[in-house]
Design a protein around this ligand. Structure first.
Ligand SMILES: [Mn+2]
Length: 399
């Protein structure tokens, strides 16, 4: 690695922040059940402590995404939560309404054919917007479990219309500093027609909702072999890419740690972002967030793994020689164009990352440092006892 490449990698890391999810520190399950870990977070205080610990080790995770129903108690002052986050050295990041857990959502939320349920869903989102404003959060992040399971079950166009109306009504409630992120997913829990099934649908709905609605790309929410970096490039070109949910997948929405299956795909996504920035002379504003379910890996270790992997691949992608790539593309030099990407991907960026960590007074190896300080042992002893006191012995639902 040349000194110039090292500078480029370090500069990329300077502006690369990753949001951790509160639910990534708690016991979450598969569709079939939930297995407890001694050290997993029980309440929001634990989650924020864990998130603060990850940020202290990595230096790039200053915000925490929260799930309104799982993290906020009814009647609780959101400012108290913001204060608690501050005590742990982090801030509240994206606000995630929950539109899939309550019984009223059996037939959907914004896609429900009952106007009263749609109104309840909208009110919950409006409340989430207010929480976001109270805690100084920039993003309201929307994922809908809405859909139908059998042909003929619902009016596809009717549901599209109620989604358009509800999202537009919600957009009108956003504060001047808030952005609304619309996530898509091809299937699960609905298996015939998910209402926002792909990026095109999310894009259309976001455009109709208003100028501060953007698309959120969850890397696991695509069909096998779908070209995610192409979607990213198109959304960038339309100024409609709002953010990411990082995870990896082998089959469906597996919520594995980032790059555990296909690091080259993550690199290619980051390359499209750096290439766009080089062409336009500005780095787009993108919310990089993690959305994973850590069933077998210890929660904090899994989170650190994803953060470190994202940093490494982001730094590698920053090394692509854009001048050479443009030349190769202009000359239809397919082999060289591909090799330019591969060369950056296979460059060892560890020395640049080590230098960046040293300059920011961070541990050289966040995972090793996490293990060394014995955080999990302490948290495990404390939380195991509290879990017993609370009588939490059986895990049923997802969260
Ligand atoms: Mn997601």
């Amino acid at each position: 690695m040349t000194p110039a490449q090292s500078r480029r990698a370090r500069a990329a890391l300077d502006s690369f922040a990753i949001e951790t999810p509160s639910w990534g520190f708690a016991d979450t399950g598969t569709r079939f059940g939930k297995f407890f870990q001694d050290a997993s977070a029980i309440d929001l205080g634990d989650k924020l402590a864990d998130a603060g610990h990850v940020h202290a080790l990595t230096g790039c995770c200053p915000t925490v995404a929260v799930h309104v129903l799982w993290d906020f108690k009814a009647g609780e002052d959101p400012k108290a939560v913001a204060k608690l986050a501050k005590q742990h050295g982090v801030k509240i990041g994206s606000i995630n309404p929950n539109l899939f857990q309550d019984q009223c959502y059996k037939w959907g939320s914004f896609g429900n054919n009952d106007a009263a349920v749609r109104a309840a869903a909208l009110q919950h989102c409006v409340d989430s917007v207010a929480i976001g404003q109270a805690v100084g959060s920039e993003y309201v992040s929307l994922w809908f479990a809405d859909g139908t399971n059998y042909p003929g079950q619902g009016s596809i166009r009717g549901r599209k219309k109620t989604f358009e109306d509800s999202l537009r009504a919600l957009h009108a409630k956003l504060g001047p500093k808030q952005t609304m992120l619309v996530e898509y997913k091809p299937f699960e829990p609905a298996f015939y027609a998910t209402d926002i099934a792909d990026w095109g649908m999310a894009l259309l709905l976001a455009k109709k909702a208003g100028p501060r609605a953007k698309v959120l790309v969850d890397t696991g929410h695509h069909y096998t072999s779908q070209n995610i970096e192409q979607i990213v490039a198109w959304l960038l070109d339309e100024d409609m890419l709002g953010g990411f949910h990082f995870n990896d997948r082998r089959y469906a929405d597996d919520d594995l740690t980032l790059g555990s299956i296909d690091p080259y795909q993550v690199f290619r996504i980051f390359h499209e972002i750096h290439f766009f920035a080089a062409d336009r002379g500005r780095m787009p504003k993108i919310a990089y967030m993690i959305d994973q379910s850590h069933n077998e890996k210890p929660k904090i270790e899994a989170t650190i793994q994803t953060v470190v992997m994202a940093q490494e691949l982001y730094a590698k992608a920053a090394l692509v020689d854009h001048e050479d790539l443009r030349r190769a593309q202009a000359a239809n030099n397919v082999v060289d164009a591909e090799l330019i990407l591969k060369k950056a991907f296979f460059t060892d960026v560890s020395s640049a990352i080590a230098a960046w960590r040293k300059a920011n007074k961070l541990p050289a190896d966040p995972l090793a440092e996490h293990r060394r300080v014995g955080y999990t042992k302490q948290a495990g002893a404390d939380r195991k006892r509290r879990r017993q006191e609370l009588g939490i012995t059986q895990g049923g639902s997802y969260a």
